[in-house]
Design a protein around this ligand. Structure first.
Ligand code: SDX
Length: 431
């Protein structure tokens, strides 16, 4: 076993090192707890919470792999449900396994009438991520016989229910916001095709699928499917470490993802592009103001990627394809089409500006995805629920890996106390 030597004053520690198959090895510091030391690492910049075999990111080389398969190959050759299986089971499915998985999900896509009434109880203007987190959490109440995570079949069933019903829930959130009826699933269609139908179909008109939108959204779901120990996944793991059921843990992940520094950035990017468009200033002037004020440009920067985010490359590719289509004028009014030009100019300026380059700030997954969701037909408040829809198989896979890991303990970080030392109470009339 490789060891790390740590000397603190007169104390010497030999700390075991866990060798990684790729990326950073891990120095195990748990033994320090007996010696009066804790490690301090705000934001966990260099702290691993677990060993994992699911996703590998190399932020210096723009590498993202799910179970060893490069994201680029999965986007070219796979589909979202196959990737969902891969993340959870560790291997690409056989045809029999894939067909059964699709059948299992198709037979669980519908929600009961009481759940539809529950969905209809939210104000139409409610914040979509609040509704999504509430709805995922409520699945535990509507399917109470699938909440005992010590029962493998109940855990499997809850995973199937979340995967199957999440897209129905997201389509209901979209329809309710527009005062449109919530549609029932059509299992004869594929996962993405039927999701778009449940969102966009007009009941009294025939619905025509759009293959490029289906393919582009399918790639968006794939690139969002997992991203190792990001903020929301860490929340899912730590909630699950207390043996909270899968619905509760995934709902916690949805809530964490809603933050504008995390999954909420895709919506913030569109607002930012609109501000630039309506400001009357040039993109270059906007960038200079951001630098002068130390302001954050939404969609830029990443904790792990210190060069371009490979997911942003995929999103931009499909956005360019949809923007180049002849019907884009019908899909996007001119003032919104202008946002794409602003985005590409913003990327070009920032990626050549030393302020950003020196800080390793490049477009992240959220920079182009909002525009792509927009040209597919969704409005900005739906962008982060769509991110969450993609991330669900990753959250499920990470939860299950955590639960199955014999090293897992309830997550309970320590602190370095720098507050008041002991002192006596002072009666009110003496203060
Ligand atoms: C996601 O972790 C994941 O994997 C997340 C995710 C996933 O798939 O789960 O990839 C999804 O959340 C993508 C990120 C979406 N967020 C945004 O686009 C919001 C804008 N970006 C940032 O706020 C920021 O870059 C973070 C939150 C993404 C990362 O922050 P870090 O790693 O904590 O970096 P930092 O705050 O320490 O910043 C380092 C420096 C600072 O400058 P100095 O103090 O050194 O002078 O870079 C600057 C920051 O001010 N900086 C930015 C910036 N992001 C960081 N400056 C301008 N614009 C930005 N966007």
């Amino acid at each position: 076993m490789v060891e790390a030597k740590l000397n603190v004053d007169a104390s010497k520690f030999d700390l075991p090192v866990v060798k990684a198959t790729e990326g950073a090895d891990g120095i195990v510091v748990s033994s320090l707890k007996n010696d009066g030391f804790v490690t301090l690492d705000p934001g966990f910049l260099t702290t691993a919470q677990c060993e994992s075999k699911i996703t590998f990111i190399d932020g210096q080389k723009s590498i993202l792999r799910y179970r060893g398969y490069p994201i680029e190959q999965l986007c070219e050759q796979s589909d979202f449900l196959e990737v969902a299986w891969l993340l959870q089971h560790g291997e690409l499915p056989t045809k029999v396994q894939y067909d059964q998985f699709c059948l299992d999900l198709n037979h669980r896509t519908m929600v009961g009438e009481d759940f539809r009434s529950f969905m209809a109880s939210f104000p139409r203007s409610a914040q979509p991520m609040s509704v999504l987190a509430s709805a995922i959490n409520a699945l535990a109440a509507f399917y109470p016989d699938t909440t005992d995570i010590s029962d493998p079949e109940q855990l499997d069933e809850s995973a199937r229910i979340i995967m199957a019903k999440a897209r129905t829930i997201v389509s209901y959130i979209y329809r309710r916001r527009r005062d449109e009826p919530m549609l029932y699933p059509d299992v004869a269609r594929g996962y993405v095709d039927d999701f778009l139908r449940m969102c966009f179909a007009v009941p009294y008109e025939p619905y025509e699928s759009d293959d490029l939108s289906i393919h582009a959204l399918g790639r968006l779901l794939i690139i969002h499917a997992d991203h190792e120990q990001n903020c929301s996944t860490s929340v899912v793991r730590i909630a699950g470490s207390a043996h909270a059921n899968l619905y509760s843990a995934v709902a916690a992940g949805v809530n964490a993802l809603s933050g504008p520094l995390h999954g909420g950035a895709n919506e913030a990017v569109l607002k930012q592009l609109e501000v630039i468009r309506d400001s009357g200033e040039s993109v270059g002037q906007f960038v200079e103001h951001a630098k002068d004020n130390g302001a954050r440009i939404s969609g830029f920067g990443h904790r792990v990627y210190k060069c371009h985010d490979p997911r942003a490359v995929v999103a931009k590719h499909y956005l360019e394809q949809l923007m180049a289509r002849g019907d884009v004028d019908r899909r996007l009014p001119a003032d919104e089409r202008a946002l794409f030009d602003i985005a590409t100019e913003l990327e070009d300026i920032a990626t050549h500006d030393d302020y950003f380059v020196s800080r390793h700030l490049y477009p992240n997954v959220d920079f182009y995805t909002g525009l792509l969701y927009r040209v597919i037909g969704f409005d900005a408040p739906m962008f982060t629920p769509l991110f969450a829809l993609g991330r669900i198989p990753g959250w499920i896979a990470q939860y299950r890996e955590m639960l199955a890991d014999p090293q897992t303990k309830i997550g309970r970080p320590r602190q370095v106390y720098t507050g008041q030392v002991e002192r006596d109470y002072v009666p009110m009339d003496q203060r």
